[in-house]
Design a binder for this molecule. Structure first.
Ligand code: HEC
Ligand code: HEC
Length: 237
């Protein structure tokens, strides 16, 4: 009697700790959900965010699946949605059916029902995949990615080169770091783009006292186009 009460209390505790939230579930599943998703699901579902779609795709893109399941899952509070969505995926992947699918009849007709993946992956692997799906494909991450893209798109191509080669770890645009600021360099060389280019290609040392003998490494790996673009941009700062 005492034993079984203890058991009930323990199970309740475990439930309270491990239901609820995906972070907790993550700590009990150490498999790499991302890699598994790639190897077990990518043959049919496009995994990119935002997704790449095509007329002859075999299945809806994974982002669409995750958003769709999350939107359609019927839960009274938002906190219950992720665990319920994970549970849905865990069930659906091994026993899909027309009745369970949240896909509308037209899409189901076009794609055909998903073939059961039972036997292709273990329960633990499926759990890791399902957890990863809702950690990765969510509104917040999607908006972040779109924002990063917009920032990159609006960025001057010279600054894009500077970021690609991590120039900004030693240079600020207006602020000195280990190296002089790009505006100080522009000021010193005025219109002499050739001098700027040369230093980037060959490196530089002892031309800036504030840099205290620190050496600017030579950047041989920039293409000529990249060198032109980044030098023009520095000159304009
Ligand atoms: C052989 C191709 C194929 C593979 C492999 C595959 N799927 Fe699917 N999946 C589909 C198709 C087709 C649909 C759309 C029809 C449907 O809902 O059954 C679908 C639908 C789904 C849905 C239901 C979406 C909804 O709105 O109801 C989920 C969830 C899902 N897939 C998850 C996965 C996961 C996770 C994997 C990897 C473990 C996977 N699928 C592997 C073809 C595949
Ligand atoms: C590891 C740190 C570091 C990185 C990374 C770095 N720099 Fe520098 N850079 C310096 C330092 C230090 C100086 C000052 C050297 C000196 O005193 O001559 C400098 C100076 C320069 C100068 C002026 C040189 C001159 O002749 O006066 C230019 C132009 C420059 N860097 C451009 C770049 C660009 C473009 C990149 C990326 C492709 C880059 N740097 C990456 C440290 C760095």
């Amino acid at each position: 009697m005492i034993k079984s009460t203890f058991f009930v209390v323990l199970s309740l505790l475990t439930l309270m700790i491990f239901s609820g939230c995906s972070q907790d579930s993550k700590s009990v599943n150490h498999l790499d959900g991302k890699a598994l998703l790639q190897s077990k699901c990518a043959s049919c579902h496009n995994l990119e965010m935002p997704p790449k779609t095509s007329a002859d795709e075999l299945a809806p893109p994974m982002m669409a699946v995750a958003f769709h399941v999350y939107d359609f899952i019927d839960m009274s509070t938002p906190a219950e949605k992720v665990p319920a969505s994970i549970a849905f995926v865990r069930d659906y992947v091994v026993s899909p059916s027309q009745k369970k699918s949240f896909c509308d009849a037209k899409s189901l007709n076009e794609y055909g029902l998903m073939p059961s993946q039972k036997g292709n992956l273990t329960d633990d692997e499926l759990e890791a995949i399902a957890i990863y799906m809702f950690e990765h494909y969510n509104q917040e991450n999607f908006l972040d990615i779109m924002k990063q893209r917009r920032i990159l798109r609006d960025m001057h191509s010279g600054e894009r080169v500077a970021r690609k080669y991590k120039c900004m770890s030693c240079h600020g645009i207006a602020k000195r770091k280990m190296g002089p600021s790009f505006s100080a360099i522009a000021e010193r060389y005025k219109k002499d783009e050739v001098a700027i280019k040369k230093s980037i290609r060959l490196g530089s040392k002892d031309k800036w006292t504030a840099s205290r003998h620190a050496r600017m490494p030579a950047f041989k790996q920039l293409t000529n186009d990249e060198l032109d673009t980044v030098s023009k941009w520095i000159k304009e700062q």
